[in-house]
Design a protein around this ligand. Structure first.
Ligand code: SAM
Length: 277
């Protein structure tokens, strides 16, 4: 593993303070969940003022996570998952999708939000192959050396590393590509990396992307950067992209034909999977 530089973003998680929005609770509000406060719903309403279809950012993201997990479980033989930024339990979670297809699958979830720790742990750790650890996903060294991660994942065998809906929330000054490279260096050959990320599509929908970004960044949540396709591709650090590459989440192997035209928000979130050869 390459040397990990010291971190420059010690931003603490917001805790259970109902006067501060948290990423996990805002995402839960976007998904119509119940584990959120008024301050979190305020962020949702602010984004909806700019784009009424704003919740599709979350539903497209979660749909991609589920299809990506299905793909890995069905097609690759990988049975180990390191899911960075689990979020609050919702329908469905990574371990449920993976273990339905291959009951031998082991999933380790990482999150640092106290509400996720409180509500999530019990629900997410529902069997002996599903584990949870509190760590900072933007500190690869901490995650990779985490006791739960090391106890339950075998780093001599391929691992699926998930950064779903997480990297756009990094607000520190470390280089995100270097951060991802540190994770990737630790993965054995045959591993997969899946990323979903807010997208500036650099077309007529750029304006709505930047308007949503402005609300997120200036909201009580304070994060949510929309990157361009090439900026997001760089986060895969040169790994071989699985067909069809980095595309709109809506276009990544959808479950059926797309009969309705995509709305403006569906153009603003992308996902992809790559393999370490
Ligand atoms: N990965 C899930 C998905 O795609 O459906 C949840 C995405 S949610 C938008 C992002 C999650 O990352 C939240 O649960 C949040 O608490 C977590 N998160 C954000 N920053 C984190 C950090 N520095 N360390 C650990 N978890 C973090």
């Amino acid at each position: 593993m390459t040397e990990v530089a010291p971190r420059t973003d010690p931003k603490p998680p917001v805790g259970v303070d109902p006067t501060r929005a948290s990423i996990a609770r805002v995402y839960d509000a976007f998904l119509n969940g119940k584990d959120n406060y008024e301050i979190d719903r305020e962020v949702l309403r602010g984004v909806q003022k700019k784009a009424p279809e704003a919740q599709d950012l979350a539903t497209e993201n979660r749909g991609f996570l589920i299809r990506a997990t299905r793909f890995i479980a069905h097609q690759t033989g990988v049975t180990q998952y390191l899911d960075c930024g689990s979020g609050l339990p919702t329908a469905e979670n990574t371990h449920q999708v993976a273990q339905r297809i291959n009951s031998d699958s082991t999933v380790v979830y990482i999150d640092n939000d106290p509400v996720v720790l409180a509500h999530g742990r019990a629900l997410l750790e529902e069997n002996e192959q599903t584990h949870f650890s509190a760590a900072d996903i933007f500190n690869p060294q901490q995650v990779l050396e985490d006791e739960v991660v090391r106890r339950h994942l075998d780093f001599t065998q391929p691992i699926a590393l998930f950064q779903m809906g997480t990297l756009h929330h990094y607000t520190g000054s470390d280089n995100l590509v270097d951060m991802m490279q540190n994770y990737i260096d630790a993965l054995p050959t045959g591993s997969y990396v899946a990323i979903s990320h807010f997208l500036d599509p650099e077309n007529e929908y750029s304006t709505v992307a930047r308007k949503m970004e402005d609300v997120f960044l200036h909201s009580p949540m304070g994060s949510g950067t929309f990157r361009t396709k090439s900026e997001i591709e760089a986060l895969f650090c040169g790994l071989d992209m699985v067909d069809p590459g980095l595309v709109l989440c809506a276009d990544w192997w959808p479950d059926g034909p797309q009969l309705k035209p995509l709305n403006q928000v569906q153009y603003c979130i992308a996902g992809g999977i790559a393999r370490k050869n």
